[in-house]
Design a protein around this ligand. Structure first.
Ligand code: TXA
Ligand code: MG
Length: 340
């Protein structure tokens, strides 16, 4: 890491056209110089570097403390750049891109030789995504190269969904954080492996399997306890974890909840609860937050809630069990990993 990184990062706003343009320019300068910048995307904030610059990508691994065997997603903003990253662009990739790009879908494809080994963790495939966030799009277009970007958190911690989350996680390591507002999707992209037949869902997300099936016709579910876990090391069982212990519970009423909490021997004041349907009103819990019973709203808010619980010193985070259907699958997947 270069020695001129300040102790306090610059945090650049983007809420007027002039500020947006200035932040794009500053970001592009740093990226062209081989430095890293924390940038907003619609899913979660990313820690970006030039995907074609192996040295810049090495810095990403170092800054995050990321295991070397975990490949990084490459972000593009045109079909031309996407194709320059892959050795093969099957028809199904074109169909999926037409349906879901720009947006929270990452497609795993055979890599081209332009993509350095460090990006793909030495593997033969590359994960590609065309993000919808206007700031990312402007930066990628201006740079002329794609951006390697994992979530902008330390390895295994909860992904950031606003600039302040990034500042707390990486503030003493990075020169520039761009504030593009609260991430609108709120959980990481759906990852779909197109080198398998039928395509294999490696990480569920807000583009869920029913939407994908409408395009692909067939799909293998390759997450959870499947043999594919090793193929995508970011899908380790325990991942995306807050500092506090996290449990998913369902309760009939407050006395039922109270009985269940007794089993954890944590003072109620240190228990923070996140509910969406059954809201305890008469318990001395440290905090009760309510997120609407709506998968999109829930995804948008959940990571910020988990960050908040950690900052407030929660010892136990209780999340009300989620519905078991495809719309909620991506969120349930992240929370199950956080609870593992
Ligand atoms: O929404 C997102 O995907 C965010 C934003 C910043 O774009 N990025 C993100 O990156 O979540 P990261 O590194 O935190 O998670 C990337 C996931 C990991 O599970 C990784 O193992 C998997 O994608 N992945 C990346 N390239 C892959 C490849 N070639 N084959 C299989 N899995 C891959
Ligand atoms: Mg991550």
């Amino acid at each position: 890491m270069s020695s001129d990184i300040p102790k306090q990062p610059a945090v650049l706003p983007t809420h007027t056209p002039a500020l947006f343009a200035e932040a794009v320019q500053r970001t592009v300068e740093l990226l062209r110089a081989g430095e890293l910048v924390a940038v907003p995307t619609e899913t979660v904030y990313g820690l970006a570097g030039n995907a074609f610059d192996a040295v810049a990508v090495e810095k990403i691994f170092e800054m995050k403390g990321r295991p070397k065997q975990n490949p990084i997603i490459v972000h593009v903003a045109s079909f031309e750049t996407a194709r320059s990253c892959v050795a093969d662009w099957p028809e199904i990739a074109g169909k999926l891109a037409t349906s879901f790009w720009p947006g929270p879908l990452t497609m795993v494809l055979p890599r081209s030789k332009d993509v350095p080994d460090v990006v793909t963790a030495g593997g033969a495939t590359v994960g590609l995504r065309w993000p919808s966030h206007p700031f990312m799009q402007a930066v990628i277009r201006e740079c002329g190269f794609p951006l390697a970007a994992p979530s902008a958190n330390l390895a295994n911690q909860v992904s950031p969904t606003n600039a302040e989350h990034v500042r707390r996680a990486l503030g003493n390591k990075i020169a520039l954080i761009v504030d593009g507002g609260q991430s609108q999707v709120g959980i990481e992209s759906t990852v779909l492996d197109l080198t398998a037949t039928p395509p294999r869902l490696l990480r569920p997300g807000m583009i869920h399997e029913e939407s994908l099936l409408a395009v692909t016709g067939e799909l293998t579910l390759g997450f959870g306890d499947s043999e594919e876990v090793l193929k995508s090391p970011g899908l380790l069982k325990k991942h995306y974890s807050p500092k506090a212990k996290l449990v998913l519970l369902s309760w009939r009423d407050e006395s039922d909840l109270k009985r269940q909490l007794d089993g954890y021997s944590v003072a109620l004041a240190k228990v923070h609860l996140i509910a969406h349907t059954k809201i305890p009103l008469n318990m001395e819990l440290g905090r009760v937050s309510v997120i609407p019973h709506d998968a999109e709203a829930f995804a948008r808010a959940i990571y910020a809630e988990l960050h908040h619980c950690d900052e407030a010193g929660a010892e136990l985070i209780v999340v009300e069990e989620l519905p078991r259907n495809s719309e909620w699958r991506g969120i349930a997947d992240r929370l199950q990993r956080a609870a593992a």
